[in-house]
Design a protein around this ligand. Structure first.
Ligand SMILES: Nc1ncnc2c1ncn2[C@@H]1O[C@H](COP(=O)(O)OP(=O)(O)OP(=O)(O)O)[C@@H](O)[C@H]1O
Ligand SMILES: [Mg+2]
Length: 231
């Protein structure tokens, strides 16, 4: 069963010089529910543009996008907001944490918005349980979660933004270069966690240049506005 079906998706931008630049050009893509998918492509090939459309953050495209049974194109913002908040966790390339909130508060936010019976203490427990996958030392982890983004390292912020995206257990996880600020063992723990979520039945789409993602799952390449399956 497909969770996503894109048909003839075209997205163009107007450059600073007033020229029309077509980034995605009649692109087609079917994504099977519960699959692990990696999208590669050169810098500027349109990976983030595609992920933003998939995440319903950009509706200025032409073509057909079906999510589950729902058509996405030409829907009002409130329909897209609802579909997105119930189903999609987005890990942004640049993190996008709220700078005035500590990392813990940033991660709790989606739970607060999501759960009508929100309970601060059980939410905190959920976060600590999840954070164990991403931090080796519990005392260090608690200190990091207590930092504002401005005082945290790039890798700490990246891990917080991954946790924020998956804390509500969305059925589709979209990850834009989720290992870019990490090294060695931390990279592997992010890869493993995303794979484990997929084994549990979640659908994962990762955009990455990082070869840690190249050995498992469906591999696609974005080039000249279209996707092709590799291997
Ligand atoms: N809002 C915008 N206005 C104008 N041009 C844009 C806009 N967003 C993206 N582009 C252009 O679309 C192209 C694709 O950008 P995109 O960010 O999708 O690339 P990418 O594959 O994610 O690159 P990277 O690997 O460097 O993150 C680029 O040439 C970019 O300049
Ligand atoms: Mg990008």
């Amino acid at each position: 069963m497909n969770i996503i079906s894109l048909n003839g998706i075209t997205r163009s931008f107007t450059s600073g010089l007033g020229e029309k630049v077509t980034v995605l050009n009649s692109l087609n893509l079917d994504i099977e529910a519960g699959s692990f998918n990696v999208i590669r492509g050169e810098s500027g090939s349109g990976k983030t543009t595609l992920l933003r459309i998939l995440g319903m953050l950009d509706s200025k495209f032409s073509g057909h996008y079906i999510f589950g049974n729902h058509p996405v194109q030409n829907q009002p913002d409130w329909v897209l907001d609802e579909l997105r908040s119930e189903n999609i966790g987005f890990i942004f390339q640049e993190g996008r944490l709220f700078n005035h909130m500590k990392l813990m508060k940033n991660i709790i936010l989606p739970l607060q918005l999501h759960e009508p019976m929100f309970n601060g203490r059980s939410a905190q427990k959920k976060i600590v349980d999840l954070a164990r996958h991403f931090f080796k030392d519990k005392a260090k982890m608690m200190k990091v979660l207590d930092l504002l983004p401005s005082s945290a390292s790039g890798g700490e912020k990246q891990r917080a933004s991954i946790m924020r995206a998956i804390i509500t257990r969305p059925c589709l996880i979209l990850a834009d270069e989720p290992t870019a600020s990490l090294n060695g063992e931390l990279k592997n723990s992010v890869v493993k966690h995303l794979h484990d979520l997929c084994i549990e039945g979640y659908t994962v789409i990762v955009v990455s240049h990082d070869s840690v993602f190249f050995s498992e799952g469906r591999q696609l390449e974005l080039d000249k506005g279209r996707l092709t399956d590799l291997l």
